[in-house]
Design a protein around this ligand. Structure first.
Ligand SMILES: Cc1cc2nc3c(=O)[nH]c(=O)nc-3n(C[C@H](O)[C@H](O)[C@H](O)COP(=O)(O)OP(=O)(O)OC[C@H]3O[C@@H](n4cnc5c(N)ncnc54)[C@H](O)[C@@H]3O)c2cc1C
Length: 457
């Protein structure tokens, strides 16, 4: 197949998942100087994935990228097709019939488990459930979180742990003007949580907190950051990590924690208490969590690849609620090659591979390609690399057998699937903004699937 052949008809591209990676890829594809039709599939009726349902409500600037993506809806080379669960409503093989190129960007949303005894006690939650609850994800609007206890534990040392600590630590008056759901705001207003413990298995130097988010914790009103100065005693390998000229953010984080440790006394307001070099080994409680047993660790290994090793020295931390925030795996889609060890689609630099052999025209980007790490901008870099691969591969890609957009529409309507379009989203967007005005909020999200479909009827 020569490149020029694609100039006789549209290159038909299906993107599966409308989070940031799906949108960055859409944007890059629409900027190409070729005939192209991009269909962006999403299992929810509303687009934007973790931009809408992950990023914290008090970080509106980060979410404002939605305004840029909203303008893509004006292109007649692009369709958003919401309410279609790829792998369930339409399978991978069918997508291959209708599209020349398939790009998987469906994220990684299965929380990793702690793998310790009594992990199923009531009061133990995956961090993402709480995040989805305050952000109004339609699958989590009925989840209940018991905030009537004094101590909450968050296991994990990434930015999601800091988001949860901040939401629990803030005074609700600081959240009421955000797009947080009204039901979450009411629950948080009644919260009795006073101490928020963040537990990490390694030292502050290996934590993946971004400096900006850690600094925000240190600047909260009515909430004190507590750091144990002993946790800042570094071993030789960690000192080398700190001295590495490239580790700018580690130095900034370390200095910030050092300053906080000088003034570390729990106060009457709320406290965010950092516990480094400790691993959870068991949860305790009758019907719900009452405490967690932590084992103290030392670090072992070379700089930048140190592992936590248990010392056998244990302590008990009382708590009434626990959030596990230790990362995510992707889910496997039928017939799509999967790397079980990494929990992502099997790929080499974004080209999907089956037993090491590249599948022409099939790509993975974002979290389902490289796992749950990096910021929004990392997904933009993925899309740049994907476009380069696509252009290099164009002459090897086999044209699909049904290259007409009516086929997929017919299939979906035959199966009784009521899809949503980009103009439906823009209508819902407007409704949410108007509902928000009543509460002086940027928007009041529609969180219930039936309510969403009622608004579109
Ligand atoms: C709690 C949290 C807070 C974060 N905060 C920030 C932040 O403040 N700043 C920052 O830069 N980064 C932040 N991130 C990271 C950022 O959100 C990710 O880098 C990014 O969302 C990954 O994009 P993605 O498109 O790969 O996945 P996602 O955003 O997860 O998008 C995947 C999309 O695919 C859809 N989907 C899933 N399965 C299917 C299917 N079978 N068929 C059709 N559609 C499907 C999903 O509904 C979803 O819309 C945060 C992440 C989390 C978890």
């Amino acid at each position: 197949m020569e490149k020029s052949k694609w100039h006789s008809r549209d290159l038909r591209v299906a993107i599966v998942g409308s989070g940031p990676s799906g949108f960055f890829a859409t944007e890059a594809l629409l900027n190409l100087d070729i005939l192209i039709q991009v269909d962006l599939f999403e299992c929810l009726p509303i687009p934007y994935g973790l931009i809408r349902y992950g990023i914290a409500p008090d970080h509106p600037r980060t979410k404002s990228i939605i305004n840029k993506f909203n303008s893509l809806g004006e292109s007649n080379k692009f369709r958003f097709i919401g309410n279609v669960n790829i792998g369930v409503d339409v399978n991978y093989k069918e997508l291959q019939d209708y599209y020349d190129v398939i790009v998987f960007s469906y994220g990684a949303n299965l929380p990793k488990r702690l793998g310790i005894p009594n992990e199923n006690l009531n009061g133990i939650h995956a961090a993402i459930e709480f995040v989805r609850w305050y952000n109004g994800h339609p699958h989590n609007d009925h989840t209940k979180f018991d905030l009537s206890h004094k101590d909450a534990v968050i296991v994990g040392n990434g930015n999601v742990a800091l988001d949860i600590a901040r939401i629990l630590g803030k005074n609700v008056n600081e959240l009421k003007d955000t797009d947080i759901t009204q039901y979450a705001l009411s629950s948080l207003a009644a919260s009795a949580i006073k101490n928020i413990h963040i537990v990490g298995r390694r030292s502050p130097l290996q934590a993946s907190f971004s400096f900006k988010d850690l600094k925000e914790i240190s600047e909260l009103n009515d909430c004190t950051m507590i750091v144990n100065p002993n946790d800042l005693d570094l071993n030789q390998a960690s000192r080398e990590e700190l001295e590495n000229p490239q580790s700018t953010y580690k130095k900034l984080n370390y200095r910030l924690l050092e300053n906080a440790s000088k003034n570390s006394k729990c106060k009457n307001g709320r406290n965010i208490i950092f516990h480094f070099l400790k691993s959870p080994v068991m949860c305790n409680g009758r019907d719900r969590i009452e405490s967690i047993i932590l084992e103290k660790n030392v670090l072992n290994g070379l700089p930048e690849s140190q592992n936590a090793v248990g010392t056998g020295d244990k302590e008990e931390l009382k708590c009434g609620i626990l959030f596990s925030s230790i990362g995510y795996r992707g889910s496997k889609m039928n017939n799509v090659p999967f790397d079980e060890r990494k929990g992502v689609i099997a790929n080499i630099d974004g080209r999907v591979v089956n037993d090491g052999e590249i599948l022409n025209g099939i790509y993975a980007i974002g979290w389902i390609q490289r796992g749950s790490n990096g910021l929004l901008g990392t997904n933009k870099r993925d899309s740049t690399r994907f476009i380069k691969c696509l252009l290099d591969d164009l002459d090897k890609i086999n044209p699909c057998i049904k290259p007409d957009k009516r086929y997929i529409n017919d299939l979906l309507s035959k199966r009784g699937i009521k899809t949503t379009s980009f103009s439906d989203w823009l209508k819902l967007d407007q409704i949410e903004i108007e509902r928000g005005m009543k509460h002086n909020k940027p928007r009041e999200k529609l969180v219930n699937i039936n309510e969403i479909s009622d608004c579109l009827n």
